[in-house]
Write a protein that binds this ligand. Sequence first.
Ligand code: NAP
Length: 334
Amino acid sequence: MIPPIYSPAPDRYSNGMKYRRCGRSGILLPEISLGLWHNFGAVDPLKRSFEIAHYALDHGITHFDLANNYGPPYGSAEETFGQIMKKSFQPYRHELFISTKAGYDMWPGPYGNWGSRKYLMNSLEQSLQRMNLDYVDLFYIHRYDPETPWEETLQTLVDIVRQGKALYVGISRWPHEATAFGYQYLRERDVPCLIYQGCYNLIRREPEEEGILNQAKEHGVGFISFSPLAQGLLTDRYLNGIPEDSRIAHGGHLKKEALTETTLQRIRALNEIAQQRGQTLAEMALAWILKDDFVTSVIVGASSVEQLAKNLKAIGSPAFTAEELETIERIIKN
Ligand SMILES: NC(=O)c1ccc[n+]([C@@H]2O[C@H](COP(=O)([O-])OP(=O)(O)OC[C@H]3O[C@@H](n4cnc5c(N)ncnc54)[C@H](OP(=O)(O)O)[C@@H]3O)[C@@H](O)[C@H]2O)c1
């Protein structure tokens, strides 16, 4: 049974969450945000989705990250969130920072994918309907389209803000050169890019290696890390095999093949360092990303309230010693 009336914890802004300024903007985001890529689809228990969302807001997580194609099936995570809005969060809409995206295949035919004005405008309209929202706080272009002119996609982001359908815009997974063009194009039209969303964690370093982190910092754009726990690899989930209820066992985006012997050895070694620091591997993995202040937030996923509760313990983690950081680099790079 879904509780009929939800009222958020009165101490939600004083029970531990910390907030960081997003680049050079007026927006503060929680250090830990909640992503609805998994665990909020029509295939997932609705009661649990409500519980995770309630727990999040009760602990100061104001930022919920969605996309048109989250589910499965596509669109259903936004529909679940729409129910949460209707039944629980509506009176608190002004306390929430809700993002959605378009860029991946969403509907059949030539207009349901990539970066055209037609696709992005139509997709956002559908997202707003599914989520029971008049506007989103943040709309992202979800991925790089090598064929659509950059100007077409970027001007659509500008127009979406002008129409009042999004307050801010962001870029996800664009390469360095296109991103530089995007930052300038948007700034010149007084709709500066708020944030860049990229995959960055202890074992995935591309945004660092490709200069995306520095670029965001130099342009006063925030950076938010997705899959900060490498979809669960950077937790104790797979230390002793593949649990039946895990993401790998469900056979989705995280494949069994990702759990190579080298990766397992690295996870075990990282787990030992975490233990020496007096924390779990998940806590350490999140703390490692948050150690740099140009990272605005990490977007975690959670298949239970317990996981989210554990991840929140990363906030206020002890600082890393130079020796710990060196050992971590040795483990990852050997
Ligand atoms: N922009 C993009 O293209 C893009 C791409 C991917 C994701 N994202 C965003 O990033 C969000 C997070 O991605 P993600 O779900 O891959 O993040 P993640 O935090 O790296 O992985 C979440 C998964 O790890 C496991 N887990 C989490 N906490 C745990 C803990 N304390 N102990 C053990 N296991 C734990 C759970 O998997 P089990 O199911 O095994 O329990 C959980 O569903 C998405 O929801 C989405 O909003 C964006």
